[in-house]
Design a protein around this ligand. Structure first.
Ligand SMILES: Nc1ncnc2c1ncn2[C@@H]1O[C@H](COP(=O)(O)OP(=O)(O)O)[C@@H](O)[C@H]1O
Ligand SMILES: O=P(O)(O)OC[C@H](O)CO
Length: 496
């Protein structure tokens, strides 16, 4: 009987369950979108119970569709939208409030206070991160400050905090196990990435009781067995965890120092492997843990773009100008340029390199001749321009000039986007054969832990290119377009 690793990819807009065979091929995939809540300007929330239910649904679907049983799984790997913060009652397993999503800005006033108190350097030195509502720490404080009775319960040890990985392990293990992995811990603003422990000073500053924090484990080991009641009557090892961006770096086999990938999902995240050295950024990048495996922790530099594919969702769901995300490709290709239009999708502020949580979206260059196609194209182009901003920071910090870019994520199905990306970066862009790289990374981590795969070298040999997009644009055009983008961003930031 064939055996599989089951990867659970719990993303910002959808949950996926994917079956991988021993050749690392996708044998089955099920996906479900779930509800996004936008209760106030700049706030984004999820219902953690809806997330759990969507995960159960997609697992059931993928097993059923492919007529495999839960007992055919050798291991489960989990990868997740990072930073999104869930706090739940330890005894009932019920969340005390919605999950506060990584994009959400409700803890901006807390961040402002920390910055005003001159704490930026302390946080950056210990965590590699910046003080920004993006990270979990200030979200936890916000929840404990705003949900009635929460702080008292947390102090009494009755509440648990977790990112989505912790929440899913807790649920899959029948409420027995409360853990996370290095990659997810490194996004909380509470974890010392050099000493590899929760930082008591930072927990005190943010008034987070350490009793509510999960144990931090490596990214590849058996953490727990599934509870038969939560997993189709079977006990299967949960054996790999990584935040989705680190999982994508692993799935793209970027195991060598200097290798980088860019993932275009809801947001867009570029990570460069820096090996066992935690490189400090001077250009607005984050220093983060790439993974902990085989008793060793490796680091990455990261550029974070908050709005990428979600700008395309906004065209679809918010403005109703396209019916499907994929329509953005033919519409963009139907015109020869964006005709001077720039869309700066700073819907929840701007990440790398600006870290401006007050900025909001803007559109420039509209004329009576601007068509829907120009508008859609300008929105799609904004993903590529934001990536160029990140690449510039990455090259400045690492001293490495990019020779090519490996890409993945939902929006890389869009050939127009990848061609424009190559043109605006002036480097070739390579799309791998397996686009579900995030899930593949989680599957690899779990499969390595249980001996389904032997070494990373085997995984490196598996990487296959689907298509390369080479540079076609002349330098003069590239420079002019990018100058326009920079002017648009500066004007957006000035409007407050
Ligand atoms: N053909 C396409 N062109 C542009 N964007 C797309 C396309 N297909 C999907 N997307 C965008 O990609 C995102 C989904 O990618 P995915 O990797 O599943 O994201 P996440 O893991 O953040 O949920 C959505 O925001 C969607 O708008
Ligand atoms: O859900 P994604 O793929 O956009 O990823 C979200 C990131 O993990 C946020 O840091």
């Amino acid at each position: 009987m064939a055996k599989y690793v089951l990867a659970i990819d719990q993303g910002t807009t959808s949950s996926r369950a994917i079956l991988f065979n021993q050749a690392g091929e996708i044998c089955g995939i099920a996906k479900q979108e779930f509800r996004q809540y936008f209760p106030h300007n700049g706030w984004v929330e999820h219902d953690a119970m809806e997330i759990w239910s969507s995960v159960q649904t997609v697992i059931a679907e993928v097993l059923q569709q492919h007529a495999v049983s839960a007992s055919d799984m050798v291991a489960i790997g989990i990868t997740n939208q990072r930073e999104t913060t869930v706090i739940w009652d330890k005894h009932t397993g019920i969340p005390i409030y919605h999950a506060v999503v990584w994009q959400s800005r409700q803890s901006a006033p807390i961040c402002q206070q920390l910055q005003d108190a001159g704490l930026q350097k302390l946080f950056k030195d210990k965590t590699g991160l910046l003080i920004d509502p993006y990270f979990s720490g200030t979200k936890i404080k916000w929840l404990l400050d705003h949900v009635e009775g929460a702080r008292e319960k947390a102090v009494n040890g009755d509440l648990m905090f977790g990112t989505i990985d912790s929440w899913l392990v807790f649920k899959l293990s029948g409420g027995k196990v409360h853990i996370t992995d290095y990659t997810n811990a490194s996004r909380t603003l509470l974890y010392n990435i050099h000493e590899l422990q929760w930082d008591e000073d930072l927990c005190e500053i943010l008034a987070v009781p350490t009793a509510m924090l999960p144990d931090v484990k490596s990214s590849s080991e058996v953490y727990a067995m599934t509870d038969p009641a939560a997993f189709f009557g079977e006990r299967v090892p949960i054996a790999g965890i990584a935040g989705d961006q680190q999982a994508a770096l692993f799935g793209q086999a970027c195991f060598e120092t200097g290798m980088a990938k860019n993932t275009y999902g809801t947001g867009c995240f570029m990570l460069m492997n820096t090996g066992e050295t935690a490189v400090e950024s001077a250009h607005g990048l984050l220093t983060t843990i790439a993974w902990g495996i085989d008793g060793k922790v490796e680091y990455a530099l990261e550029g974070s773009i908050f709005v990428a594919g979600s700008a395309i969702q906004w065209l679809r769901d918010g403005l109703g100008v396209i019916e499907h995300a994929a329509d953005s490709q033919w519409l963009s290709s139907s015109v020869t340029s964006a005709d001077g239009v720039y869309v700066v999708p700073a819907f929840v502020g701007l990440g790398t390199p600006h870290w401006d949580s007050e900025a909001r979206g803007a559109v420039f260059g509209l004329t009576r001749g601007t068509s829907k196609a120009h508008f859609v194209r300008a929105t799609l182009e904004s993903l590529a321009y934001q990536t160029r901003d990140v690449v510039a920071a990455m090259e400045a910090d690492s001293g490495i000039s990019l020779k090519k870019l490996r890409v993945d994520g939902g929006a890389t199905a869009n050939d127009f986007l990848l061609q424009f990306q190559a043109d605006i970066l002036n480097v070739p862009v390579e799309r791998p054969h397996v686009l579900e790289t995030t899930a593949l990374g989680a599957a690899y981590l779990a499969g390595l832990a249980v001996g389904f795969w032997d070494t990373r070298a085997t995984l490196t040999q598996r990487w296959r290119r689907d298509r390369a997009f080479s540079v076609q644009m002349a330098e003069e055009e590239r420079a002019g377009l990018y100058r326009g983008w920079q002017t648009a961003v500066a004007a957006t930031r000035a409007f407050k």
